[in-house]
Design a protein around this ligand. Structure first.
Ligand code: ATP
Ligand code: MG
Length: 228
């Protein structure tokens, strides 16, 4: 589903060599926790998948497609097949919960009518049906992040990516959110969560993929190991 083959990535501005021949494979239907110290390249890994930044070498395949063959005008359509959750919520303050999620579907071309059914079942799956008329300011952090999760799922992505999704949540909210990621995974979606917060995922059926950045010494930048 996601394949990195000898990927090199360096940011010109900082000179940070984030990946130095990074190879990684995430299979369809996996639930992966992407871990590693600050600066190891977790966010960069996700940005490469989203095609928000380009590798300097190697090949990245996502959903069977070599990302280097996607033209700039095709990027929005490609990204719509990926759901993304960030640490910050980015909810629109003057729209209700329902409207925030509906907007993501409208942008992707979904009709009002079909949205209603999809959003209703999604809200019930995630346990947020009672929030739909509320505004973001009326929600707790945990509730906001559940709405962000609904927004990420509303166009039926094949892959859900999350970058430090529990960064602004309490421990209890974090555990609950991780349980929802596991629930989403059980629906057949490939889930990749970049996080410092392994504790919240304890007991869940996920595989840890640890990035070892070496941006300071550049020695073993971008090698990976599984399951530790
Ligand atoms: N847009 C950018 N321009 C220049 N350098 C960057 C950029 N983004 C990240 N870097 C550098 O690349 C390295 C990897 O950063 P990245 O954000 O991918 O790590 P991370 O594992 O997500 O870290 P954290 O756990 O702190 O979120 C760091 O040294 C960082 O300073
Ligand atoms: Mg990061």
């Amino acid at each position: 589903m996601i394949e990195f083959e000898q990927v090199f990535k360096r940011y010109e501005t900082t000179g940070a060599q984030v990946f130095n021949g990074c190879s990684a494979l995430i299979e369809k239907g996996e639930f992966v926790l992407l871990t590693g110290e600050s600066g190891a390249g977790k966010t960069t890994f996700i940005r490469l998948i989203l095609k928000e930044t380009e590798p300097d070498g190697g090949r990245i395949r996502v959903m069977g497609q070599d990302l280097s063959t996607i033209l700039p005008k095709q990027i929005p359509r490609y990204r719509r097949r990926l759901g993304v959750v960030f640490q910050e919520f980015y909810l629109i303050p003057d729209r209700t919960v329902y409207e925030n999620v509906e907007l993501a579907r409208q942008i992707a071309g979904g009709s009002r009518k079909s949205s209603r059914t999809v959003i209703a079942s999604l809200f019930s799956l995630l346990g947020i049906a009672d929030l739909h008329r509320k505004y973001p300011r009326e929600l707790s952090g945990g509730e906001k992040q559940k709405v962000c999760l609904a927004r990420a799922l509303v166009n039926y992505p094949s892959i859900l990516l999350a970058d430090e999704p529990t960064g602004n949540l309490s421990p209890a909210e974090s555990e609950e959110l991780m349980r929802l990621f596991a629930l989403v995974h059980r629906q057949g979606i490939t889930v990749v969560v970049a996080t410092h917060d392994k504790r919240s995922a304890e007991g869940l059926a996920c595989r840890e993929m640890r990035l070892r950045g070496g941006v300071q010494d550049g020695q073993d930048a971008g090698t990976m190991s599984d399951g530790q």
